[in-house]
Design a protein around this ligand. Structure first.
Ligand code: SAM
Length: 281
């Protein structure tokens, strides 16, 4: 039986199984196994962990995760054409790779995973942000995972780690940084992928915090940040007027000047505003 290192190069796998990339499935494959090993290592210690991988494709990152010592990998893939290539990897690692054919937005993965769990994926660009938001919010919060190590378009990665005052700062940064420690660990040029996408990509590593960074009701915080950033150029006293008749008082109570704009306000102040509004009923 072949070991993982005996498997054919990914270019050959793609040729053998005729895996011509489909744009509508966000298929930009990583074929350099040194690179996939590096991404797997950036996820932290995988030994003793189940790893959830969304979109294994021909299995480059899957091989990296298994070679780096993941106890088991659960891979959810929408494209049935990838199954034979993934079956070859499963045969080289008996009992360590389970593949579910389906849409990651619909498949229930929880029954297939044993804690501790890490999520590591080169995400399809069209569902990446939606998956991240789901993994950070109820009903999937409190989380079933210890960390997320995810490849996004660089522009999306920058929105996740953005700080106040930058153009990239907004709802995604607030949500991610409220509940996790998030940092970019690797940036990749288009040529790292086959076919090459139009833009650069980046891997973000998010580690869950035991408790949110500042106390606040998640639903109230989400409502405030949605309204504030939907009109990010407006003063907060205008953009949040419909939220609460006494909004100026709540803003002041949270230490925010009502003429400030959403992009100037940090996470701590948004949480303080959410608490003030929630306390007023
Ligand atoms: N992991 C592989 C790699 O790094 O080379 C492939 C990454 S490619 C960017 C995205 C993968 O996600 C493709 O294999 C694609 O078929 C799959 N995919 C796209 N939409 C999906 C969905 N909704 N659920 C599960 N897999 C999906």
């Amino acid at each position: 039986m072949p070991q993982i290192d005996d498997l054919p190069p990914l270019r050959e796998v793609i040729r053998t199984h005729d895996l011509v990339a489909k744009k509508q499935l966000g298929q930009n494959f990583l074929l350099d196994l040194n690179l996939t090993a590096r991404i797997a290592r950036s996820a932290g210690d995988l030994a003793g962990c189940d790893v959830l991988e969304v979109g294994p494709g021909p299995g480059g990152l899957t091989r990296g995760l298994l070679a780096e010592g993941a106890r088991r990998v659960l891979a959810v893939e929408k494209d049935a054409r990838c199954l034979p290539a993934l079956a070859e990897i499963a045969a080289a690692c008996p009992g360590r790779l389970e593949v579910l054919l389906g849409d990651a937005l619909e498949v229930d993965v929880l029954a297939h995973l044993t804690p501790p769990v890490r999520i590591v994926s080169n995400l399809p660009y069209n569902v990446g942000t939606e998956l991240l938001v789901r993994w950070l919010t109820p009903p999937l919060w409190p989380p079933f995972w210890q960390s997320l190590t995810l490849m996004f378009q660089k522009e999306v990665a920058e929105r996740i780690v953005a700080k106040p005052g930058s153009k990239a700062y907004g709802r995604l940064a607030l949500l991610a940084q409220w509940r996790t420690e998030a940092r970019i660990v690797l940036t990749l040029p288009p040529e790292a992928f086959v076919p090459a996408p139009k833009v650069h990509s980046a891997v973000v590593h998010l580690t869950r915090l035991e408790a949110p960074r500042f106390p606040a009701d998640g639903a109230v915080l989400a409502r405030i940040t949605a309204m504030a950033f939907n009109q990010r150029r407006k003063m907060l006293r205008s953009s949040l007027k419909a939220l609460n008749p006494a909004i100026e008082e709540h803003l002041r109570a949270a230490g925010i000047d009502p003429t400030q704009r959403a992009e100037e306000i940090g996470l701590e102040q948004f949480c303080s505003l959410a608490r003030s509004i929630a306390a007023s009923g």
